[in-house]
Write a protein that binds this ligand. Sequence first.
Ligand SMILES: [Zn+2]
Length: 230
Amino acid sequence: MLQLIAKSQLTSLSGVAQKNYFNVLDKIVQKVLDDHQNPRLIKDLLQDLSSTLCILIRGVGKSVLVGNINIWVCRLETILNWQQQLQNLQMTEVDSGLTLSDLPVHMLSNILYRFSDGWDIVTLGQVTPTLSALSEDRRLWKKLCQYHFGEKQFCRHLILSEKGHIEWKLMYFALQKHYPTKEQYGDTLHFCRHCSILFWKDSGHPCTAADPDSCFTPVSPQHFIDLFKF
Ligand SMILES: [Zn+2]
């Protein structure tokens, strides 16, 4: 959701909301710098945010950027500073005996099959030669394509090798440019039509409907943002 806001909602944030937004970002960046987990996600987000801000700042007068322009220039500098810190982030090796490469091949393969993002597979494939070989598995990419995209989309962007095989990995990245991938989250917001209430799926809510399950609709981050558009 933070990424969606960065891409399209910056101009609709009030002064207080902007402040909160940047405070949240600051907390995330500090956490990633501390525990070294998932730096790619926040790097992507900051990349989107800085490009949107550059466009907005250049177009001042034409666009409605709430707040003093100097504050935004200052924020852009903060973002660049965060990006620099994340760039310098060195992954330290934790010496606890066993490492990922000590796992049997079928378990490594199993891990790769659980990723829903092709870039995670590519990144993990850069770790060891075994993982590199496993990450090129055609069935793996075929499964990923089938998970995210439909038959019709395959037909429109079919990529064949010289021998006539389907190049699933290339197809995945080609399709990803044209169609949205299936969204997957650890926990999703749900809306109950009976109680008119938003709740996290994991924690639920005290529902008074006779058949609760039929009243729930999942709410994606984009859908959540849309709820605020009148
Ligand atoms: Zn309910």
